[in-house]
Design a protein around this ligand. Structure first.
Ligand code: NAI
Length: 456
């Protein structure tokens, strides 16, 4: 039986980066992936959806070219088959990059389904296909899968291909006429934004009375208005009660309604993948189906770590990266821990949304004394120069007792690219007076952060 210092189960962002970092540090590492290396993020999530959304952005620009003085009399149309082929090319390139990174760091890769058989004095025994391996440590990074609730008609229509999850939707080569999205969260909104830009009639059915989950209300309201302007219909406070081949049935104020659909996207959240991998054979604790881990990414079992969606904490690829690094550092005896309060999140709709830290509501719920400022992005010259719809805003939340930033929420161009600057300010607890002294490039949209702190 081949022996390793570390076996990583799962080759998504947590798994491949963890394996790469461990290999780099000199640990003899094996990473086992049952599907494609790169996981959901690279193959059927973050990256492919961004190639889709970029095509939509180009189409949006073309169709509004006249507003920028560019003549374009024909209506731009999207060749969906081409979009999918381009997406496949992008994915292929990135997956080969992941494999190259693992190889460079001397990580052994195995394409098989892993199962933890148990523990002996020599370490953990992991079966992968027909082979068995032994390792001193494990990093569980099996990710998550789409939640499929017991809604009548859902299972049958998933099998028929009428209902799609994040996986199948990114392989649609035809633009549906009527596209219904169940769940107005991140996946639902990104896909609603895409399909409305490329010509579908899009309807979102969301259980809550607001879209975009925990996103600052002021921002989610602007996003909703913009998407409505693009033609998206939102049915909020509506619970889906049934799926038929030609539509979705939902309840509004106790009354049943039906919305017509050619294709239906199911995006009501994701659940950690913890079954069928033998966690019970070594006694790993689960809570609500996810692995319980501390801020060093340790589970209750010595030498068993986890990273990524499998712990159900913050299901984002960049959280997974950092968790994997924290896990590996702790394996190596280095002090490191996760700080979940400074993880930025981005919704890549057009316009895009970026947030980090506390919202006014969450800060107040924690009993913090806060000051907030909300200013329009029109304070930025570049924003006005490059946009015709000038509804973007930046809202910051400041802790009055420490005079430091604890949250920022932005809707508008480039927000996802510069939010990390705010994350750093929050993480490093930079005093507001020192932020005022920072020089931002001009003209940029990120100057909005400097403007906002001057309004405090
Ligand atoms: P989500 O948790 O973001 O949103 C699910 C929505 O579905 C919620 O608003 C919920 O109220 C609603 N819902 C639940 N049951 C429902 C029902 N029966 N009928 C109607 N609405 C219902 O989950 P989503 O969009 O599936 O995304 C999954 C994960 O993927 C998230 O953790 C997200 O963070 C991650 N993700 C992140 C992206 C990004 O960072 N840009 C992009 C895509 C996914």
């Amino acid at each position: 039986m081949d022996t390793f210092d570390l076996i990583v189960i799962g080759g998504g962002p947590a798994g491949y980066l963890g394996a790469e970092r461990a290999g780099h540090a000199g640990l003899k590492t094996l990473v086992i992936e049952k599907r494609e290396f790169g996981g959901v993020c690279l193959n059927e999530g973050c990256v492919p959806s961004k190639t889709f959304l970029n095509s939509a952005k180009v189409a949006d620009y073309c169709n509004h070219a006249a507003s920028y003085g560019v003549k374009n009399d024909a209506k731009a149309t999207v060749d969906q088959k081409f979009v999918v082929e381009r997406k496949n090319g992008v994915v292929k390139m990135l997956v080969s990059g992941v494999k190259a990174g693992l190889k460079k760091n001397k990580v052994t890769m195995k394409n098989a389904e892993a199962y933890i058989e148990g523990k002996t004095d020599g370490g953990f025994i992991v079966k992968a296909g027909e082979e068995k391996f032994l390792a001193k440590r494990l990093l569980i990074a099996t990710g998550s899968s789409a939640v499929v609730p017991p809604i009548p008609g859902l299972k049958e229509n998933l099998e028929k291909g009428v209902v799609l999850t994040n996986r199948e939707v990114l392989d649609l080569t035809e633009i549906p006429k009527d596209f219904v999205v169940i769940g107005g969260g991140v996946i639902g909104l990104e896909m609603a934004s895409y399909f409305s830009s490329v010509g579908s009639k899009v309807t979102v059915v969301e259980m809550l009375d607001k879209i975009a989950g925990p996103t600052e209300k002021e921002i989610s309201t602007i996003l909703q208005k913009r998407l409505e302007k693009k033609g998206v219909t939102f049915n909020l406070g509506c619970k889906v009660t049934g799926i038929e081949e030609d539509g979705v049935i939902f309840e509004r104020n106790g009354k049943s309604e039906k919305v017509k659909a050619d294709k239906i996207l199911l995006s009501i959240g994701r659940r950690a993948v913890t079954q069928g991998i033998g966690l019970e054979n070594i006694g790993v604790n689960l809570e609500r189906g996810a692995i319980v881990s501390d801020d060093k990414m340790m589970t209750n079992v010595a030498n068993v770590y986890c990273a990524g969606d499998v712990n159900g904490k913050v299901m984002l690829a960049h959280t997974a990266y950092r968790e994997a690094e924290v896990a590996v550092n702790n394996m190596l005896g280095k002090r490191d821990r996760m700080r979940y309060n400074v993880i930025p999140s981005v919704i890549y709709t057009n316009p895009e949304v970026a947030s980090v830290g506390e919202t006014e509501e969450s800060a107040k719920a924690k009993g913090l004394k806060v000051k907030t400022v909300s200013i329009p992005l029109t304070y930025s010259g570049r924003y006005i120069a490059e946009n015709t719809e000038l509804d973007g805003i930046c809202k910051i939340v400041v802790n009055e007792s420490t005079n430091t930033l604890i949250g920022a929420h932005i809707i508008g161009t480039y927000a996802g690219e510069f939010i990390v600057a705010v994350s750093a300010m929050i993480d490093l607890e930079v005093d507001i007076e020192n932020i005022k002294k920072l020089v931002f490039p001009h003209p940029t949209v990120c100057e909005i952060v400097r403007e906002a702190v001057w309004q405090i």
